[in-house]
Design a protein around this ligand. Structure first.
Ligand SMILES: [Zn+2]
Ligand SMILES: [Zn+2]
Length: 285
């Protein structure tokens, strides 16, 4: 698997490539705009060209976008729903221009209404997004830690949503920290095997498009979304050794979303730990 990282696009989307190369990332995840605002300005053709050229020259693996945090397809508020859809459409269209593989988004909260109450709205919204952004780019739902009525902490719920959407371009992203917080054991060989069996049964491993490789500040089952540097958290280096060795994950790109050892985001040290563990596990890039 490629060991990638979320990197900043400050100064232009093409600037992400140099940052990825600098830390030794083999693939990149980026935001296409500020993740805490709705404002969206499409990158220029020049920036898109420079990105594609740089990614190819650096032999980077699949590029993915992470959607803005405000996206909430289960929101009861019509204006918020429309903004969420518009934001995802912009991201999907930009991903297509950039030659990116897909866009990952959080199913977000049902706002106390319960999953059943928002399912139909979410399915309709996802279909509208995919229709408005034709092409090859996939759209992935990310599993949640289960905080604040967030949808998709259980694989069964995520699988139910995926089946209800029933679209060839729908995928799933597995965040190791979120799964751990949602009480899935991803750290021990038997636990990970069981977790991936459950994922396969409820969702289907063939739909797993990306892994967010994050250690956890909180205990397993905490329900709290707090990422930690690899080896510094409760999943630990041994846990990641197990994860990197699992054959079911061998061809899935990994993206770090860790705080960084100097708190400036995914860094060379985190990448180096994962690449060393991958080598020790006998897994290939
Ligand atoms: Zn994540
Ligand atoms: Zn998270």
């Amino acid at each position: 698997m490629d060991i990638g990282a979320h990197v900043s696009t400050a100064g232009g989307i093409d600037k992400a490539i140099g940052r990825a190369v600098e830390i030794g990332a083999e693939a990149v995840q980026v935001f296409a705009s500020s993740p805490r605002a709705w404002a969206f300005k499409p990158p220029t053709d020049q920036a898109v060209g420079a990105f594609k050229q740089g990614a190819s020259k650096a032999k980077l693996g699949p590029t993915v976008f992470h959607a803005v945090y405000l996206v909430a397809l289960g929101a009861p508020d019509e204006a918020l729903l429309l903004k969420s859809m518009e934001s995802l459409i912009n991201y999907m269209q930009t991903a297509e221009r950039l030659g990116a593989s897909g866009v990952i988004f959080h199913p977000a909260s049902h706002r106390g209404a319960g999953y059943e109450a928002v399912e139909a709205q979410m399915v309709g919204a996802v279909h509208q997004v995919l229709k408005s952004a034709p092409g090859k780019v996939w759209l992935a739902l990310e599993n949640s830690a289960g905080m604040g009525d967030h949808i998709g902490s259980r694989f069964e719920e995520l699988g139910r949503l995926v089946k209800a959407i029933n679209h060839p371009r729908i995928r799933v992203c597995l965040d190791t920290q979120h799964a751990w917080a949602a009480n899935y054991d991803v750290a021990s060989p038997r636990g990970l095997d069981e977790t991936l069996k459950q994922f396969d049964k409820a969702i289907g491993l063939k739909l797993l498009a990306a892994v967010h490789a994050n250690d956890s500040k909180t205990e397993r089952g905490s329900g709290v979304d707090r990422h930690e540097n690899i080896g510094e958290g409760t999943i630990g280096a041994d846990g990641f050794s197990t994860i990197l060795a699992h054959p079911a994950l061998g061809k899935v790109p990994f993206y770090l979303e860790v705080p960084g050892f100097d708190n400036s985001g995914p860094d060379k040290k985190n990448i180096d730990i994962l690449t060393r563990l991958r080598k020790e596990a006998g897994a290939a890039r």
